[in-house]
Ligand binder design. Sequence first.
Ligand SMILES: Nc1nc2c(ncn2[C@@H]2O[C@H](COP(=O)(O)OP(=O)(O)OP(=O)(O)O)[C@@H](O)[C@H]2O)c(=O)[nH]1
Ligand SMILES: [Mg+2]
Length: 342
Amino acid sequence: MSEKCIGCGIIKQNQNESELGYCRDLNQDYCQRCFRIMHYNDPLIDTRELVSFKEMHNYLDETDNLLIALVVDIMSVSSFLKSDYKQLIKRHPFVILINKIDLLPENANMEKVEANLLELIKEEGWLTADLKGIYLCHHRDKTFIDLFKDFLRENEYQKLIFMGSFNAGKTSLIRLLSDNKQLLNSYYPCTTLALQSVKDDEFEYLDSPGLIDEGNIMMRLDLNELKNLDFKKRIKAKIYQLYSAQSYFIADFLRLDAVSKRGSLVFYLPNNLDIKRVKQENAHRNEAILLKEQEYDIYEFKDCHNEDYEIAGLGFIAVRNIAQMMLKLPKGTRIIKRGNLL
Ligand SMILES: Nc1nc2c(ncn2[C@@H]2O[C@H](COP(=O)(O)OP(=O)(O)OP(=O)(O)O)[C@@H](O)[C@H]2O)c(=O)[nH]1
Ligand SMILES: [Mg+2]
């Protein structure tokens, strides 16, 4: 019987129900939190402030012959690449796995996406001698399994640690590659809480807790709000042409104002985020009804010709020919202006 929960990796305990790792019976494989997520979609404990990375840092310091698989959510790719996670790699060889590409719209030109991603990776200084490969993949991508395992065999990598922001899909990729479904994945940030090793005949895959990205909008929403966002289905782009000053209310926590004579906005966001468009002159009346009360940050941009604005943890907006744009987002959420991804 393992002393750790086989879902999230935390050491089990039967003393304190409100703390991590609680199991009524230590013989159970899963802690109560994992059990509740699996069977009732109810996470019980918000783990966003509770994860520890000490074990992971020690492991990276002490282990040789290790390949780091950096998992990056394509919907937050710029946010990740701009972060200071580079320091974490230390002396280890690494690969970048750009995950969740199944979310991109069906008509996305993947060659162009690949070229644009490579440009971003280069621009942000990740193209170092330690970078051994870049793969685009998703959690059901069977062709990725063969491609990636061939690469591992050819280069004699046997031990891999999967690292990256919370929710990037580390656990899901390990489940795919190892065909071991006992590790728990879920859309609640910080599902995995400790290192966990899974082996198949050839490789050892280590799962790790997701790195905390304070600028990710998921840090600003409560768990029930996250439950209601559809991060699973392929995104259907929502396209708006603009001929005047307009305001957009997106769900109840984002506002975008744009002034343009002939421009466009294309939203690549979870499909079920409701977007309401109103004339800007009426926006102040709508705001009181449509935006929930919380602290917001306001960003202003001018002369947006043709670029993307990535909202960490949510998706991005492709903006064309907009003279002025204002974005109002939950306080602390990061927004990144970059070249077009699609
Ligand atoms: N559409 C899509 N969803 C994915 C993919 N990979 C993971 N997900 C979903 O994204 C959410 C997070 O996946 P996890 O595998 O738990 O992510 P993680 O990086 O292990 O997250 P933490 O353990 O919190 O650090 C889950 O709801 C998954 O179903 C993917 O390739 N495509
Ligand atoms: Mg995980």
